[in-house]
Design a protein around this ligand. Sequence first.
Ligand code: MSP
Length: 525
Amino acid sequence: MDKKFYISTPIYYPSNKLTLGNCYTTVLCDSIARFYRNLGYDVFFLTGTDEHGQKIQKIAEEKHLTEMEYLNEIVEDTKNLWQLLNISYDKFIRTTDDYHVKVASKIFNKLYEKGEIYKSKYVGKYCVPCESFWTDEQLIDGKCPDCGRDVIEANEDAYFFKLSKYENFLRDLYKNNLTFLLPENRANEMINNFLNKGLKDLCVSRKTVKWGIPVEFDKEQTIYVWIDALSNYLSALGYLCDNDENFKKFWPCDVHVVGKEIVRFHAIIWPAILKALDLPLPKQIFAHGWLTFNNGKLSKSKEVGKKEVIDPRILSSRYTSDSVRNFLIGDISFGQDGPYSQEIFLNSYNGILANKVGNIESRLIGMLLKYNNGKIQNGKVTEEIDSKFFDTIKALKVECISKMKELKPTLSYKTVLKIIDECNTYLDLNKPWELFKNENNKNRVNTILFNVIQAFLETYTLLNAFLPESTTKVLKKFNIDSVKIDENNSFNFDIDGLTFEKGEPLFVRLDINKELQELNEIANS
Ligand code: MSP
């Protein structure tokens, strides 16, 4: 089996500090990447920043900074945020990095030499914030169809990519590969909203945008954002570079995870560009929904800068990185929109982290301390109920892995949480607290604890990709330093004889009213 996996987030616009909405994509991708690593795959997890364009130029000017001064600040904040949230990216690409600039140029030149790009005149409308050109028919009430803001007139020389040529190729792609774009309904959107309306050639350079990669053979022009941005998925691997080992190893990408508003770029334009370059297409594009706040998309232009308690930096420092991850992974169905509110966030903390994830650990260690002075001992007195328990756990483990391989991280996470419920049920059925009253049951009590701790370790191993901070801490206590999900074997943890002392609880239940009040105070301070 081919045990390698390449996953990417979109590269973020540093037009402001990133929001919890941006964390959504990155945290989901991180759990998928970690899960595959734990399964023994060689993973390449890419993220980064999309740094060119008129908007960045404008913001830097307003702040009386050079573009790079401004960008460096945001990139530093972004990297700190990823560290805070335990994001395990393998590469952070900046489109201003030298190697990327060279590769994006080479790609542009290559397409030009192959006759895939030609010079013409662009007449139409342009949306500055979205950096998108639109035709009159595409506008909605005269405004940008993506963001609803005013557009400006554009009439200038520009280079065009022959996108229209790829209409049939794209139709065939959607007809023959039903899982290329997930969730499935997104493919219909691409067919109905774009392919059926006819594809027009795409403007891929600008004369008026100075903050961009110059077209090598026509220095008046800069490469317009999407060829520059999309190329990051190739340049990060060393495509067209001397050292292209990663490109050979990891391309085609297993999955590009993107938000629903940028599907068109990834599911129409990107496959056409790759085809024009004679490169294989990514295996899959996954379009997720939006994290919403007060009924709208949570976005950089709206939320950042206000004293909002939805700042992931505040949430993570107050409630741990796993609290933010738990909310993003567990409370929004991957693929759909989902709301953020402090109540949902705090209730999820209590309901999942304190009552389930943390509680099972303290319950087990508490029992060990009470019934066997903190020592794990395999009492080897088995009963029929044990094998049933193990079978249930194994089935849930298989389900958890397969859900993740189907790119359903929310369901995969929820399946692990079911294993915790099974551990609690097993204890409730066996009632070690009653058996313990009779000295003759000592070995059975120890067996029950041994069994349930094996299952608990299985759970934490699976959970590690989702909640790395807390699970790593606990697994270390059991001498498990590197987490490996063994797909073929279960319950093989070498723990017989380990001893525990009383420790701090992982997640303390929150007083929701008190927390809400304090969060509001932070917001109003
Ligand atoms: N720079 C482009 C992507 C180029 S990829 C070759 C871009 N950047 S962005 O910063 O505006 O958005 C990056 C990602 O963040 C998008 O996938 C977007 O959907 C995601 N999100 C931004 N706000 C979001 C929510 N409120 N909820 C979920 N994801 C959101 O587009």
